[in-house]
Design a protein around this ligand. Sequence first.
Ligand code: ADP
Length: 542
Amino acid sequence: MEKLRHPPFSIKYILQVIGVAIVYYTVARLGLLLAFQNTNASPVWPPSGFAFAAIFPLGKRMWPGIFIGDLCVNLITFSVSKPVDSLTILMVSSLIAIGNTLEALTGFFLYRRFIGERNSLDHVADIFQFVFIVFFMCLVSALIGPTSSCVLGITPWSLYKIVWFTWWLGDATGTLILTPVFLAWAQETRETWSLERMAKVILLFLGLYLITQFIFGQWFEASVFNGQSYLLIPFLLVAIFLFGPTEVTMACATMAGLAVWHTIHGFGPFVAAERNTSLLTLQAFISVVQVTMLLLVAALTERQLAENLLLEKTKELERSNKELEQFAHIASHDLQEPIRSIVGFSQLLSKKFEGKLDVQSKKYLDFIVGGARRLQMLIEGLLQFSRFGKDEIKLEPVNFNQVVKEAMNNLDGLIQERQAVVHYKNLPILRAHYAFMLQLFQNLISNSIKYCDRESPHIEIWADEKNKTWEFSVQDNGIGIDPQYQELIFIIFQRLHGKEKYPGTGIGLTICKKIVERHGGKIWVESMMNQGATFKFTLPST
Ligand code: ADP
């Protein structure tokens, strides 16, 4: 497949390159304000961060912009201090610019290779990778810049190690501080910037300014808290919980800028007798705070994303459940009629040819009638099941003694036939849906009778109040349920026995579960094989 290519020198491209060069140059000049006097040694070198971030959206084709921007800064800085002749200045400036350009390209390549298209601020694992990439990519520029400066006689070899280290850490800190600001902004949309958010941001930066003055500046020099850099941590932590990645990364960058500013002007906790010592402790402080904040932002974002996903999935699940219920309702409703015809006509047929059919044909016809009846039961069960999820249920005071009494009346035929004994006493009056409760007790009582092999099934029903909930128990002396299947039986169509011995559809207990859960309770069974079963369910007291 032919790859899409950008035209090499379109006006847009040239303008973008010039734009990158200008912004790079401006950021570098601002960065130099943060350099110690009469040196180019800045504890934070923001252009590295800008260069790295600029090629994310615009592509690696932006390298000439970085190169030109950096070359101009070097030429101007060296021309002012004039440490060597013009040709050497041109050579060293070009070599440093090559180093800085390669640094950004290396970072870009590694980012795409290990993190890909993702925004690393959203994932804790990506932040670790991002930090490693930054420290690695800065080796490139730190290797080329100081080496060429020493080779060409601008910096004495005796200072090589220290210049190298400062260069590397300055670039790395600059990238750690500035690139996340761009990455965070890349995720912003205009709609998310409400007036309220802007007001909060202004308050945040006012607070940040005050606290940095308090800790690093001279306003509160006499105060006991002046110089206590750790005081920044609770402030930034609060910012993390109240704001998003954009505000936090910007706050960290501002904090870093102000801390450097005060330090180079001789104030704050990082000022030491040796300039280099203050530089290194400051760099270490800024980097550690920044990486910690980035990890926390990512952890919170990750949690937020997971919560959103969960919410989305729950909604999806609710929607598909509703659709399924609707489908079950429509399908079972529409199937009722044809099934009724099959049952009715096959029964008619059976009656009409009674005594005239041979044994085999009679057997076949009985199969048809039996199958059609089971199908009818199943469809009715499904229809009932689908009704429970549908609309809001209306609760009213329900006398449960009345409910059980009516359930027993409805099951009178079965109770008489099996000579079952049902006892109940002192059941409460609770807010519930009467018809659903009737259905619940009918299902439980009829199961207790059905799944009993004894001469006379015996059923006890009682209720106890425990911690603002009523716990109902329906106990039988039937065949019992193996503990390993006690959860399974509440799942639709799950049956533990063959339909020949105990006819049924496997829907009844699913309906019971649905009824109880719609009332805010839960249902379970306590039983052992051949020792009867006690079905228990709870309902809220109020
Ligand atoms: P059905 O009775 O139509 O099969 P249910 O959902 O009511 O469907 O019950 C699911 C399964 O749970 C039954 O097939 C049976 O194996 C078991 N079961 C239900 N109630 C009892 C009980 N009281 N004693 C023993 N087993 C039971």
